[in-house]
Design a protein around this ligand. Structure first.
Ligand SMILES: Cc1ncc(COP(=O)(O)O)c(C=O)c1O
Length: 421
């Protein structure tokens, strides 16, 4: 190990033996652009990790956070404590959601939210006198974070292996055929299944939009069998699919819970949460002696993070950014799709929301399993940051991108995929 000042930071999901060759130290951001410590400018075609929906460097978010810090920087919301931004944010998020009269449980991020939703689903059934109803079902390619439940629900095998025994009574079904869910519920027994976890568009697992009718069908299966529908919109919400929670793209589908994070603050400060239906909340809310839900993270309802979210939501609304995830989805897809048909490209996926992926051909992957990182490096040399994942790279730019930026993404991908071959 070299004796460099860079040797202490352990990067998530990174091969640390290799990272030091190409660590990119970013020092500044402005809208869709970021700069490294040598002053090189890059187009942030991934909105950092799928979250910088309003772009970088927003002074009004900084000011909102700073004003909150002048008043009360932080305080817990455990027990009966509250603060004005947390109260206002919970109300805003509830009113914006497709779940009527929803309660909002705030967390520190996406993985926290998934663990909250999974535990709450099981706790809900316990309160209903159905202790046996605790099986959880997720989908192949699904990504639900790296906490205990999220790891167990992973539809990406390497993310769940070699860490010993995980949460029990969890299974994974095919991502694109609703009959797989039906069969699995039948196999386990509906009376034993607590919840089904659904990313409207699978993101980190490789960008897989659902086939036509899939979301409606699995929602109907959940309704018929009493299985709770947990929509994981950690990526899909706050404009990524052009609506507040993403799931409104499938009218008539009303989840029991929605998990969110990322775009709720555009990442300016960490925050996530779960929007929860009245039915699920009732056993914990409706009676003075109702039991507590013994769960929550230290920073739940952190006032400075909530202030960032409120200002971020105001920007999405006032600048009419929210619908852009939908308005630009065709344009982004056609730009990325220019790489389809190139020798090193197996497939291009996207078209639902402002996210897309290029999958690298089996031949190239076989010859070099590190090809996704290599492809990302080639795009980086062209001034565009794309994200290596699985067998390809993904893009998910800020909602503030223009046509010229989308063209730049297309050009960089086409040239880089050509060079990869
Ligand atoms: C769909 C989904 N769920 C959950 C998570 C986990 O979120 P976090 O990394 O904030 O814990 C992610 C993160 O990318 C995600 O994409």
């Amino acid at each position: 190990m070299s004796d460099s000042p860079d040797k202490y930071l352990w990067h998530p999901f990174a091969q640390m033996g290799k990272v030091s060759d190409h660590q990119l130290v970013l020092t500044r951001g402005d809208d869709v652009w970021v700069w490294d410590d040598d002053g090189n400018r890059y187009l942030d075609a991934t909105a950092s990790l799928w979250y910088a929906n309003v772009g970088h460097g927003r002074e009004s978010i900084r000011d909102a956070v700073s004003a909150q810090m002048d008043e009360l920087e932080a305080y817990s919301t455990f027990g009966d404590f509250a603060n004005p931004p947390a109260l206002e944010l919970a109300e805003r998020l509830s009113r914006l959601s497709p779940i009527p009269d929803a309660r909002v449980f705030l967390t520190s991020g996406g993985g926290d939210s998934i663990d909250t939703a999974a535990k709450l689903a099981r706790r809900y059934w316990h309160e209903q006198g159905h202790d046996e109803r605790h099986h959880l079902i997720a989908r192949v390619h699904g990504y639900h974070g790296t906490h205990g439940f999220g790891t167990s629900l992973a539809g990406i095998p390497p993310n769940r292996t070699e860490v010993g025994r995980l949460v029990e009574d969890v299974s994974v079904v095919g991502h694109d055929d609703a009959r797989d869910l039906s069969r699995e519920i039948e196999r386990v027994g509906a009376e034993r299944v607590a919840a089904f976890f659904l990313e409207p568009v699978i993101g980190a697992g490789g960008v897989y939009p659902p086939p036509d009718g899939y979301v409606e069908e699995v929602a109907a299966i959940c309704r018929e069998t009493g299985v709770l529908l947990v929509v994981d919109s950690v990526i899909c919400a706050f404009g990524r699919l052009g609506t507040w929670y993403g799931i409104e793209r499938w009218p008539g589908v009303v989840p029991d819970m929605i998990t969110f994070a990322k775009g709720v603050t555009s990442g300016y400060l960490p925050l996530g949460g779960v929007v929860i239906s009245d039915q699920i909340a009732a056993p914990f809310w409706d009676e003075p002696d109702a039991p507590p839900f013994r769960h929550g993270a230290t920073y739940a309802g952190h006032p400075s993070c909530c202030a960032a979210a409120l200002e971020n939501i105001r920007i999405l609304e006032d600048e009419n950014l929210l619908p852009r995830g939908r308005e630009l989805e065709g344009e982004l897809f056609s730009q990325v799709d220019r790489a389809a048909g190139l020798e090193a490209a197996a497939e291009v996926r996207g078209g639902t929301g402002l996210l897309a992926a290029v999958e690298i051909s089996a031949e190239v992957m076989e010859a070099d399993p590190g090809a996704p990182v290599r492809l990302a490096m080639l795009a980086r040399e062209r001034g565009v940051l794309v994200r290596p994942l699985g067998r390809g790279v993904a893009v998910s730019p800020p909602l503030t991108v223009g046509t010229d930026h989308l063209e730049m993404i297309g050009d960089a991908l086409v040239e880089s995929v050509r060079q990869l071959a």
